[in-house]
Design a protein around this ligand. Structure first.
Ligand code: TXA
Ligand code: MG
Length: 314
């Protein structure tokens, strides 16, 4: 259990919240849609702790929150359509999914290994001031335990996450109350999740119809993620010994090429997972063998993701 501080939206509260984020802490903060559970998007360990705090069963990609357009353009390949939408709706409850820029410096865990990144510029003044004082990208899903209703008041956040996060910045009640509308812009504009900004408003500004994806096809659906990120190498799970020619990924004290956590820490292991799979794949080995990871806490999400990496494909 960690002590969860209640911060008010005054000079001292913003300074403390920004300081906690800089130190890899988790800070819940209000946006105009719902409260977000924020972490420094560049810090693998901090991002891994988001999944742990929420008890998320899998690594769904997260939305990155930013205070200004220049900062957004540093992270994603910007487009004329994105520019039009930003002019019309930012700051506000619209999230855009765009190609992730090489060298953006965002933890791979944020986009769950996808080549795209969800970005949003929230309108809530408390969120904006926090983002400005922190001065970096903040990854934030809704600040509720997985499977529970999204929080629209600081008290909801405290009910769900006290003892699991460093602080809650109280900014009163969220105006929008439903999450942002998510628009995919890597091809034809596609609605990935309906939300606080009506689809018709977007279509009117873009002067073209928006394709709608059924829930079952959404990017958050498990199958979709697997096809977006699979190593070239075959993956052998729960390996208790290493075979010749394999690239080896360990967990706990053992000899191996890379070790998710020599001390058996699941938070560290989650933070390293995508990075290490990429590195072993880049070594050119035909097979990656992975030691067993315990199926508890963050280990459930790690095994979920490993299972997808190892799934048969054609
Ligand atoms: O209003 C909101 O959007 C709130 C506040 C805190 O900003 N955030 C929120 O985050 O709802 P979350 O994690 O609960 O939902 C994020 C959604 C997920 O359904 C995820 O699949 C989608 O965004 N998403 C994130 N990155 C994506 C990507 N690269 N491609 C497609 N979908 C993505
Ligand atoms: Mg949510």
């Amino acid at each position: 259990m960690i002590e969860t501080q209640s911060l008010t939206a005054d000079d001292a509260g913003f300074a403390r919240a920004a300081e906690l984020l800089s130190g890899g802490g988790l800070v819940a903060f209000p946006t105009e849609t719902v409260y977000g559970l924020g972490a420094d998007a560049r810090n693998d360990h901090a991002v891994a702790r988001i999944y742990e705090a929420k008890g998320r069963p899998s690594f769904n990609p997260l939305i990155v929150h930013l205070a200004d357009l220049d900062a957004v353009r540093d992270l994603v390949d910007w487009s004329p359509e994105a520019e039009t939408l930003a002019k019309a709706f930012w700051p506000g409850p619209l999230t855009m999914v765009l190609p992730l820029k090489a060298g953006a410096g965002v933890s791979r865990l944020v986009s769950a290994g996808l080549p795209t990144l969800a970005v949003r510029m929230p309108a809530n003044p408390v969120a904006r001031r926090l983002l400005t004082e922190f001065g970096g990208p903040v990854a934030a899903p809704s600040a509720n335990p997985s499977g529970r209703i999204s929080p629209t008041r600081a008290a909801h956040v405290r009910d769900g996450l006290t003892g699991r996060i460093e602080a809650v910045l109280d900014g009163g009640r969220c105006g929008v109350g439903v999450e942002s509308t998510i628009l995919g812009l890597t091809g034809r504009p596609t609605l990935l999740r309906p939300g606080g900004l009506p689809l018709e408003d977007i279509a009117e500004v873009l002067k073209r119809p928006i394709s709608e994806r059924k829930d079952s096809e959404a990017i958050s659906a498990p199958g979709q993620l697997a096809s977006h990120y699979a190593p070239h190498a075959r993956v052998r799970l729960n390996a208790t010994d290493w075979h010749a020619g394999e690239a080896t990924l360990g967990f706990g004290p053992m000899a191996c090429d890379l070790n998710l956590s020599p001390t058996g820490d699941l938070v560290d292991a989650a933070a390293n997972l995508f990075e290490y799979l990429h590195r072993l794949d880049a070594s050119g080995a035909e097979r990656i063998a992975v030691a067993p990871v315990p199926h508890l806490g963050l280990g459930v999400a790690i095994n979920d993701r490993l299972g997808r990496a190892a799934a048969p494909r054609d």
